[in-house]
Design a protein around this ligand. Structure first.
Ligand code: UDX
Ligand code: UDX
Ligand code: ADP
Length: 481
């Protein structure tokens, strides 16, 4: 059997590597239009940082796993074609800032239609709006070559940073197909691939539209849990309750469960924001305004949380950060990845730069080049009435941004340190050394509850941690956050 995956990104690359590892009899080709990306997949330095991935790729590459830019060849030879291209939020035109941009997806579908000469199972791996399978069928059969295409939805639930583990031991594999005899047969073919390593009771076959919608809903639910606990973090700060204690108490109820209850200064990443926007847009298109508003609130709380964090930083530091150096630890949207797509750190940086702070940014996996690119890139503001409104850093603001080679260099001479993602190394820093090298009073703002505030207070820091009882100083500042 031959499998081809169109799109060698964060999803396509790791997923195909694990299929190749677990199914030695299957030949897996990952294709992409980006020459640079494919070259990186074929090198010793993969294009994405993902713990454990290199070993798998090295083991399978040249055996039954290949990476290529020859899209036509591999698509035409394949029995199963996965579409795993990016489906970001539209940045212009109809539905800008809301709808999923299906340009890359449509182009991949047209390629399949153009080059195929034999029957194929086409699998939607990318996250797509519900009923995209219908459009896919139209595109595939538009040139009426008489080829039989069976369409399946097989959304991927891996999280970045834990992709390999998630793929090796998934909670579930979802296969959506049409309830026709051919549809069921196609679903069984894909099921047999996963059955090489996934227990049968974890492979769920459902209808195509349920599978497409489930992916959006799963991400919306996870994000909703974070916004729920983040909203409570604000109430904790106002009342003296501790959000970690509340989360533990609530999460112990088996009906609620303990996961995704870590309060933070906001969630980010390539999935949650884009997928909720897409869900909201789909609801609106179906005339469900109240439902759309309900899910939109998850994003509003996320924005509230980010701006509340910025307000805490500025107000605590005597309401001015003009010319003050602030160390930013962490730039990617979470630990164990170098991915900066929709990282909430950008919004915090932007907020601090607006108040004329000087930033020294350090992230173990984000290059200076990427960081500058992200900070100067036009960013869509989803909640403005004019959906085309963009945020961008001015050249003056860019002069206020520096990168550091490590956390100690970032904090040297700083007035404040903001911990903005949860890399393990931030837990283990020598905070006494950092304190000694900083201007006094020295502030720490922990946006991910990475450090123990009491230990840092004992060193001498003024500490703000999301949703935790406030220092007398931070509390005395009268801002409504
Ligand atoms: C609830 C809490 O479960 C309990 O822990 C707390 O101490 C008191 O409040 P109760 O109101 O007795 O208990 O009933 P519960 O079983 O939680 O159901 C509440 C309502 O939600 C019912 O109308 C129930 O039908 C509805 N429900 C529950 C749903 O509509 N869907 C569900 O999945 C679960
Ligand atoms: C998510 C889903 O988990 C995954 O199933 C889906 O396939 C893609 O989207 P990912 O975006 O890689 O994965 O990361 P995730 O670990 O879910 O974290 C998303 C964001 O939420 C991060 O910014 C993270 O820091 C934040 N987060 C997560 C919290 O703030 N609190 C939590 O308790 C959990
Ligand atoms: P994801 O996180 O969903 O995997 P990425 O952006 O990391 O998203 O990866 C998507 C990949 O799909 C990119 O490497 C991009 O070059 C590739 N791609 C987009 N459109 C096409 C296409 N028509 N044919 C082949 N590859 C494509």
């Amino acid at each position: 059997m031959k499998i081809c995956c169109i799109g060698a990104g964060y999803v396509g690359g790791p997923t195909m590597a694990v299929i190749a590892l677990k199914c030695p009899s299957v030949e897996v080709a990952v294709v992409d239009i980006s020459v640079k990306r494919i070259a990186a997949w074929n090198s010793n330095r993969l294009p994405i940082y993902e713990p454990g991935l290199y070993d798998i790729v090295a083991q399978c590459r040249g055996r039954n796993l290949s990476f290529s830019t020859d899209v036509e060849k591999h698509v035409s030879e394949a029995d199963i074609v996965f579409i795993s291209v990016n489906t970001p939020t539209k940045t212009f035109g109809l539905g800008a800032g809301k709808a999923a941009d299906l340009t890359y997806w449509e182009s991949a579908a047209r390629t399949i239609a153009d080059v195929s000469t034999s029957d194929k199972i086409v699998v939607e791996k990318s996250t797509v709006p519900v009923r995209t399978g219908e459009s896919l069928k139209k595109i595939l059969t538009h040139n009426s070559k008489g080829i039989n295409y069976q369409i399946l939805s097989n959304p991927e639930f891996l999280a970045e940073g834990t992709a390999v583990q998630d793929l090796l031991r998934p909670d579930r594999v979802l296969i959506g197909g049409l309830e026709t005899p051919e549809g069921k047969k196609a679903a069984q073919v894909l099921k047999d691939v996963y059955a090489h390593w996934v227990p049968e009771d974890r492979i769920i076959t459902i209808n195509l539209w349920s599978a497409e919608l489930s992916k959006l809903v799963a991400n919306a639910y996870l994000a909703q849990r974070i916004s729920s606990i983040n909203s409570i973090s604000a109430l904790c700060e106002a009342t003296g309750a501790d959000v970690s204690e509340v989360a533990r108490a609530v999460g112990k109820d088996s009906r609620v469960g303990p996961m995704y209850l870590n309060a933070s200064f906001g969630f980010g990443g390539s999935a949650f924001i884009k997928d909720i926007l897409s869900l909201v847009y789909i609801c609106k298109c179906n005339g469900l305004t109240d439902v759309a508003e309900y899910w939109k609130q998850v994003l509003k709380i996320n924005d509230f949380q980010k701006s509340r964090f910025v307000k805490r930083v500025i107000s605590s530091m005597f309401n001015t950060v003009v010319g003050k150096k602030i160390a930013v630890l962490g730039f990617a949207f979470k630990k164990d990845t170098g991915d900066t797509r929709d990282t909430p750190v950008i919004d915090v940086c932007k907020g601090l730069l607006d108040d004329k702070a000087t930033l020294s940014i350090y992230d173990p996996q984000v290059s200076e080049e990427q960081l500058i690119y992200d900070l100067t890139m036009q960013k869509l503001d989803w909640d403005r009435s004019s959906s085309n409104q963009l945020l961008i850093l001015s050249p003056t603001e860019m002069k206020q941004v520096h990168t550091a080679r490590n956390a100690y260099e970032a904090a040297e001479g700083a007035h404040g340190v903001c911990i903005l993602n949860d890399w393990d190394e931030f837990r283990e820093l020598d905070y006494r050394k950092i304190y000694e090298a900083m201007c006094k009073p020295a502030f720490i703002f922990d946006g991910r509850n990475v450090v123990d505030p009491e230990k840092l207070r004992a060193i001498g820091f003024i500490v703000y941690s999301i949703g935790k009882p406030l220092d007398a100083w931070v509390k005395s500042i009268a801002v409504a956050v």
